[in-house]
Design a protein around this ligand. Structure first.
Ligand SMILES: N[C@@H](CCC(=O)N[C@@H](CS)C(=O)NCC(=O)O)C(=O)O
Length: 233
């Protein structure tokens, strides 16, 4: 049964495309453009939750990136890109895998939401959100000063879960990485991976992964930039 990956351009579903490429498995990629910012109606129709990613495997249709990634790892991964009980990095692997959608992405989304409210830098909630984002990125930077990959010495699915928040999501959430040299060095290691480059070329060819720089704007997709400009954002 061929796995179908429904990929929404410039979205967290790049995690799934990247995983499939790292595993070297057969899959069919279906690409959708944003319309203009959100997922188009045909994407929304795929699953009641209406957000990317969505995968299909025969009669199974699954959303939520963490679930999609685990599903693919368990059904087609052959033990690759994971750490298992008894292995040295098991606990760190679990922690960083879940850190992506449990801690990092919520901290960034709060920054994004507050930036649209018009509340100033002096606002207490804005200050708290800023402090939280710095704490979360600082912690990640500290981790990456100790090990090359989030789970430890080996590249794993925990990296695939987290990277999109540091790359693709920066098209929407503008934050600076100057204070996080270890994250920047990590992104260079990521961008040097052939399978990552290939996946991004296939899924989001307009994203310039060679410009994963500290300062915003980050690798901004031209089409998305134009839409944001048109909406005065
Ligand atoms: N926690 C969910 C978040 C899914 C999500 O919000 N996806 C965004 C893309 S980054 C989306 O589909 N946005 C377009 C829309 O909601 O129309 C996951 O990891 O799958």
């Amino acid at each position: 049964m061929t796995l179908i990956v429904h990929h929404l351009g410039v979205s967290q579903s790049d995690r799934v495309v990247w995983l499939c490429e790292e595993l070297g498995i057969d899959y069919e990629l279906k690409k959708y453009d944003r319309s203009p910012i959100w997922a188009p109606p045909e994407y929304k129709a795929l699953h009641p939750i209406g957000s990317a990613p969505v995968i299909e495997d025969g009669s199974i249709k699954l959303a939520e990136s963490g679930a999609c990634i685990e599903y693919i790892l368990q059904t087609r991964g052959n033990g690759k890109l994971v750490a298992t009980p008894g292995q040295k990095d098991f606990a760190e692997y679990l922690y960083w895998f879940h850190f992506a959608n449990g801690t990092l992405q919520p901290a960034l989304l709060l920054t994004l939401s507050l930036s649209r409210t018009g509340l100033g830098e002096d606002n207490e909630i804005v200050k708290r959100s800023e402090a939280r984002r710095k704490q979360v990125l600082g912690f990640m930077d500290q981790r990456l000063s100790e090990v090359p990959w989030l789970a430890g010495e080996e590249f794993t699915a925990a990296d695939i879960m987290n990277v999109t928040s540091l790359t693709t999501m920066r098209c929407f959430i503008k934050y600076d990485l100057t204070d996080y040299p270890n994250i920047l060095a990590y992104l260079k290691r990521v961008a040097a991976r052939d399978r990552y480059r290939y996946a991004m070329q296939k899924g989001d060819p307009d994203l310039n992964i060679d410009e994963l720089t500290a300062a915003p704007p980050p690798p901004l997709q031209k089409a998305v930039a134009a839409v944001f400009q048109a909406h005065g954002r």
